[in-house]
Design a protein around this ligand. Structure first.
Ligand code: AGP
Length: 369
């Protein structure tokens, strides 16, 4: 097992550090930035269905559902196709309206999640075209879907999903950009710029991974907190949800993720000097509004850990801690902002003596209801 961990203390840490390569593997052969092309056989072969889709419904569970939410923002932004994101467990039992003009995208790392599999069967029975985004080759979901794209993240052993999440978002980015360009929503020049920027993501993830000692220090300060709040907006709202889920799963600290602006509709009542609030405040993502949320937290004495774009000076003045990420297109920031949140949960869990790779009560894949 030590050999399989490749010198890391835990599979989770190894998998966090594998993300630059995992993301490159996801777009290898697909993202042909120099030719200005995204090549995806499974999308190309079904392109009429994709371009004529009236609606895309994404079904998934847990972290994969969070990736689906990022997918909603990406597909609506770039391709202007309406997207709904559903918990597979709700979708399968609530008699949803599905038509043959809908595309259902099922996202699953393991490809074995019972609820997602049942949602796929229901969608197919109602005439929808079902496209899978899976990591495990030959899995039940990969076989049950009409078509699909593998994430090629490599085996994910840690129960807490890390590289599966970022590679799922990578696949969704490729699909959204490709459809956007083909539908004429994204001009060739904008499309090309996005491709060039996407190509730089793995090296930027490597850069973020280098700040792990800083994150370890922050973890040491907050490891005994009973609660934690995660806030983000736009593309980073799902990242806030994912950050909170990661902390809950492996450290057993109660954590909640919220869209930053929703804070004043309830969670703000929780804020006092003992409440750490992790805020994603990247430069282009409704920045001023998030800064004013940070001020509101500060005036209630909450402790602020902010994820900011490199060179930020405003948030630095207010926050207790800042973690910088390199600049990128706002739509791709989830691929970077997620990394420090994974590391923060990891270090807190280790410091609390938790079983990081196999947290209590959790299974890697939920194959029963
Ligand atoms: C993630 O950290 C979780 N362990 C869990 O939420 C997981 O993402 C969920 O069970 C879905 O699994 P799947 O992607 O294999 O379908």
């Amino acid at each position: 097992e030590q050999i399989e961990k490749g010198g890391y203390d835990h599979f989770m840490l190894k998998e966090i550090h594998e993300q630059p390569n995992a993301i490159s593997d996801t777009y290898r052969g697909r993202l042909l930035a120099d030719k200005g092309i995204i090549k995806m056989g499974s999308v190309d072969n079904n392109i009429t269905k994709f371009l004529n889709a009236k609606r895309i419904i994404i079904v998934a569970c847990g972290t994969s559902w969070h990736a689906g939410l990022v997918g909603e923002y990406l597909i609506e932004e770039f391709a202007r196709i309406p997207v709904e994101v559903e918990y597979a467990s709700e979708f399968r039992y609530r008699n949803p309206i599905i038509s043959k003009d809908d595309i259902v995208i099922a996202i699953s790392q393991s490809g074995e999640t019972a609820d997602t599999l049942a949602a796929i069967k229901l969608a197919k029975a109602n005439g929808a075209f079902v496209f899978g985004i899976c990591n495990v080759v030959g899995s039940s979901i990969a076989r049950e879907t009409n078509s699909g794209a593998y994430t090629h993240a490599g085996p994910e052993i840690g129960v807490a999903s890390t590289k599966a999440f970022t590679t799922q978002i990578t696949v969704l980015s490729l699909i959204a950009l490709k459809l956007g360009n083909l539908k004429g929503e994204l001009s060739n020049s904008k499309f090309n710029n996005y491709l060039q920027e996407l190509k730089l993501i793995p090296s930027k993830v490597t850069e973020v991974l280098k700040i792990n000692t800083e994150i370890e220090k922050i973890a040491a300060i907050y490891k005994d907190a009973p609660n934690c709040l995660y806030l983000g907006r736009g593309f980073n709202f799902p990242v806030a949800l994912e950050g909170a889920l990661k902390l809950k799963e492996i450290s057993y600290i109660h954590a909640e993720g919220y869209p930053a602006a929703e804070m004043k509709h309830g969670p703000i009542a929780l804020i006092d000097a003992s409440m750490p609030v992790i805020v994603i405040a990247t430069k282009k993502g409704h920045y001023e509004k998030v800064v004013s949320n940070i001020q509101e937290i500060k005036s209630r004495k909450g402790k602020i850990i902010a994820i900011v774009t490199k060179g930020d000076t405003v948030v630095k003045e207010i926050a207790d801690h800042v973690i910088e990420i390199p600049e990128t297109e706002e739509a791709f920031t989830p691929l970077l902002t997620t990394i420090p949140l994974q590391l923060l949960s990891y270090y807190i869990a280790v410091m609390r003596g938790c079983n990081v790779d196999q947290p209590r009560n959790l299974a890697k894949s939920v194959t029963v209801e």
